[in-house]
Write a protein that binds this ligand. Sequence first.
Ligand SMILES: NC(=O)c1ccc[n+]([C@@H]2O[C@H](COP(=O)([O-])OP(=O)(O)OC[C@H]3O[C@@H](n4cnc5c(N)ncnc54)[C@H](O)[C@@H]3O)[C@@H](O)[C@H]2O)c1
Length: 417
Amino acid sequence: MPRTLPAPRKLPGPPPSSWGPPLVPIPSPRDSPLVSPAPPGPAPGRLSVHPTVSPQVLPRSHPEPSFGPTPGPSPVSPRSLPRCSPGPPPVFPRSSPVPPSVPPLSLPRCPPRPPRGLSPVPPPSLPGPSPPLPGPSPVPPRPSPVPPPAGIGRTAAMAAIRSVKGLVALVTGGGSGLGRATVERLVQHGARVVLLDLPTSAGGQLAQELGEHCAFAPADVTSPKEVGAALAVAQKQFGRLDLAVNCAGIGIAVKTYNSKKDKVHDLEDFQRVINVNLVGTFNVIRLSAQLMSQNKPDADGHRGLLVNTASVAAFEGQVGQAAYSASKGGIVGMTLPIARDLAPLGIRVVTIAPGLFSTPLLAGLPEKVRNFLGQQVPFPSRLGDPAEYAHLVQALAENPMINGEVVRLDGALRMQP
Ligand SMILES: NC(=O)c1ccc[n+]([C@@H]2O[C@H](COP(=O)([O-])OP(=O)(O)OC[C@H]3O[C@@H](n4cnc5c(N)ncnc54)[C@H](O)[C@@H]3O)[C@@H](O)[C@H]2O)c1
């Protein structure tokens, strides 16, 4: 059933030269192969469109997104505090915006400042009396950083950079596209994987092809019970969980209000996208963290890694992407607080924001259109290969220092309105 979309726009004519600046036409969702039936779910028969491609005619020169000044005084946070305290540790009042679960920070005391005008450095052996140095005295050297805990010298920390070999992973949306490439790469590199996807997906078949190191867990990411059952498979079949990768996701392209058709965005559609992309991701995160917390920490205190998939649409949402961008923006927004929540457990959280990738939806497009989309990417000027997404997941798993970050994987693409 056609959605409330702007009137279909014609695909650009065959000669690619006519597609040049200033307009970047993208096929209409109504007649575009980008449109595909939405995955089975609460609203069967709805249409979904490739998330990062909106059915618009896109002006090539677009203003940079403007980020306004930080509004108002920011609440007290560890970041806004000095690195060392000039006095006793601060005590937050009861009305402090810092949640009660956050213990008051105790900062290292500043080293005592020498009296003004006097140098802490012994005077050089110059002939005659040494003149006082002009202006304030040089700041004494900062105290040396906290010494590494015993046994965690440079060598031991480097040893924490490990291979994915032997890891146990859960990959949602593992039956298709980015998730599928991740499952395949992890298994190829010696990990064992629980592939979570809808029962109707190709996940079961892929798991069979990959053999004993891959188990299919049919589940909907929005269901606590079904995700719990998938995690139970990881525990029972492979003994634990080290890595969870959230790739399950859907997208729609609907204008907030279509004035030509006097049609407003369906609220249920909006809620469905938020529910699968954002709530589903959080559901997997929270339950996975619970299971990972049972892992024995490695020498670095590391227990596991959660990888989420946002989109460049979280930053440059296009016309028709209100729901999709909101869902992906939510994933971006929760990355740091969840990383902070789980840091005491040694569980890292990283989000990948892909640009345009050649997953099944785009793979079905005519080659000319695929090439055209690829040319919008500054460099490399092509669609991303799902294997490149999978490679980044592996790199994140292997490098223990990356945490609480959103990594764009887009060849410098900035989507246009
Ligand atoms: N392909 C891209 O260019 C691109 C760009 C940016 C972001 N993304 C994001 O990457 C993720 C993967 O995209 P893709 O292109 O591989 O898509 P895809 O459609 O090929 O794969 C998505 C998978 O998620 C599964 N899925 C959907 N709803 C589910 C649910 N409720 N529970 C469990 N599984 C569910 C589907 O069955 C499918 O196998 C999505 O979150 C998407 O928004 C993709």
